[in-house]
Design a protein. Structure first.
Length: 364
C-alpha cells in the first residue's frame, strides 16, 4: 500500500510538522507501506520526494526543493523533489494519506477538504471535526452544550477590538468576568504559538495584539492558580478508547513552544499521579469531547486539575504532536500500544472511515 506523508504547509507550525514526520518515519513499517513524502512549502507548493525506504537521518533532509529529478541529500542541504500532481491521488487505489500538518491549513479542515475532493482515504478527523476542534471559541460552545466542565472564558473578535471605542470595555469585561491571571490565545492555532500569560490589566493589550497577529478571533481564559496540566489520548472511530492520563511537569509557567518541541525541558509524567475518580473523569470527558465534535482517528484532550481536585477541559487537538518530545505517542506506549502499532492503527482507522463515507455516498 502507498502511504503518502504530507507535511510542512502554510502554517506557523511548519517546522513542527517536519519534526513530527521525522519521528513517525523512524517507526513506520517499511515492509508494509511504500512511503512517499509530499512536502508542502510555506508558499503552498506541493513537492514529491523519492520513496522513503528507511528512516531519514535528519529533519532538514525532509525539506524539498523543486528539481527535474528527485534525490535525497544529507545534512545540511535540502533534498530534491518534483512538482506533485494532485491528480495522482484522485481516486487512488491502494493508497492512503497521512496529513502530518499541525495548525492552520492542515489541522483545521483545509487539507481534509482537499483530500475529500480527491476521494482518497486519509488519517485523522474529517472536515467538520477538524475545523470545530481547531477553533477554540466554537469548540468551547459545543463542549458547553455537552456539559463538559471548562474554565470561564471571553471571546474577542478583531473587528470589534480594533475599534478604539471598544478597547476599554473589552478589558473591563475580561477583568470583571475572569480576573487575573488569564491566558490570551489565538482561537485558531496550536503548539502554544501566540499565547501569553497575563498577570495584570497593564499587559492585556500587548497580549491581545500578539494573538491577533495569528488570528482575527482570540479567546481569553481564566488562569487557575497552581493548576496541574493533564492529557489523555483518544484513539478510534465509532467506539474510541481513552489512554491512561499523563501530566505535564513544567519548568516554566506554561507548556510553551520551546518546551514542547525544541529543548525537551518539559517532563512528561506518565501515568499521572491522580485518583481513580479523576482518571475516570478525564477519560470520560476525553471521549465525550471526541464524539461531540464528530472526530475520527485520534485526538488528545488537555485538562486542568485545580487544587480542589476538579478537572476542566482545556482543549482537544485532532492532530497532536508526534515528535520525540510529544505526549500523545507516549500516552499510548504506556497504554500498551507501541509507536509503530499506533501509526498502523491510525492508518487502518483512516481506511475504515473512508469505507464508511463511501457507503453513505452510495446511498445518494
Amino acid at each position: 500500500m502507498k502511504l503518502y506523508f504530507m507535511y510542512g504547509g502554510r502554517t506557523a507550525e511548519h517546522d513542527v510538522t517536519i519534526m513530527s514526520t521525522h519521528s513517525a518515519l523512524e517507526a513506520i513499517d517499511y515492509h508494509k507501506y511504500e512511503v512517499i513524502p509530499v512536502y508542502i512549502t510555506r508558499a503552498g507548493e506541493f513537492i514529491k520526494g523519492l520513496p522513503i525506504t528507511e528512516p531519514v537521518p535528519n529533519d532538514q533532509a525532509l525539506k524539498l526543493d523543486v528539481a527535474n529529478e528527485a534525490s535525497w541529500r544529507k545534512e545540511p542541504e535540502h533534498s530534491l523533489g518534483t512538482k506533485f500532481q494532485l491528480e495522482e491521488l484522485a481516486n487512488a487505489k491502494d493508497a492512503v494519506v497521512f496529513p502530518m500538518i499541525h495548525g492552520t491549513f492542515g489541522e483545521d479542515g483545509t487539507i481534509q477538504g482537499l483530500l475529500e475532493v480527491l476521494n482518497v482515504p486519509y488519517v485523522g478527523a474529517g472536515i467538520r471535526a477538524s475545523a470545530v476542534a481547531m477553533d477554540k471559541i466554537m469548540s468551547k460552545i459545543i463542549f458547553d452544550e455537552f456539559g463538559i466542565p471548562q474554565v470561564p472564558y471571553v471571546a474577542v473578535l478583531a473587528a470589534h477590538y480594533q475599534d478604539e471605542n471598544n478597547v476599554e470595555a473589552v478589558h473591563e469585561k475580561i477583568a470583571t468576568k475572569l480576573g487575573f491571571p488569564v491566558y490570551v490565545k489565538p482561537a485558531n492555532g496550536g503548539s502554544s504559538i501566540g499565547i501569553t500569560k497575563v498577570d495584570t490589566s497593564d499587559d492585556l493589550k500587548a497580549a491581545l495584539d500578539l494573538a491577533f497577529k495569528y488570528d482575527d478571533r482570540v479567546i481569553v481564559e481564566k488562569g487557575i492558580v497552581n493548576a496541574r496540566e493533564l492529557a489523555v489520548g483518544v484513539l478510534g472511530n465509532e467506539n474510541p478508547k481513552a489512554s491512561i492520563a499523563g501530566e505535564i511537569g513544567k519548568k516554566q509557567e506554561f507548556y510553551d513552544f520551546e518546551s514542547k518541541f525544541v529543548d525537551g525541558s518539559t517532563k512528561l509524567i506518565i501515568p499521572a499521579s491522580i485518583t481513580p475518580e479523576q482518571l475516570a473523569a478525564v477519560q470520560k470527558y476525553s471521549i465525550l469531547a471526541f464524539n461531540a465534535v464528530g472526530a475520527t482517528g485520534l485526538t488528545r484532550a488537555d485538562f486542568f486539575l485545580d487544587e480542589a481536585g476538579a478537572v476542566y477541559l482545556n482543549e482537544i487537538q485532532t492532530l497532536p504532536g508526534f515528535t520525540k518530545f510529544s505526549m500523545y505517542p507516549y500516552l499510548w506506549q504506556a497504554s500498551g500500544v507501541s509507536y509503530a502499532e499506533l501509526i498502523d492503527q491510525l492508518i487502518q482507522l483512516g481506511i475504515a472511515e473512508f469505507e464508511v463515507k463511501s457507503q453513505i455516498s452510495a446511498n445518494f
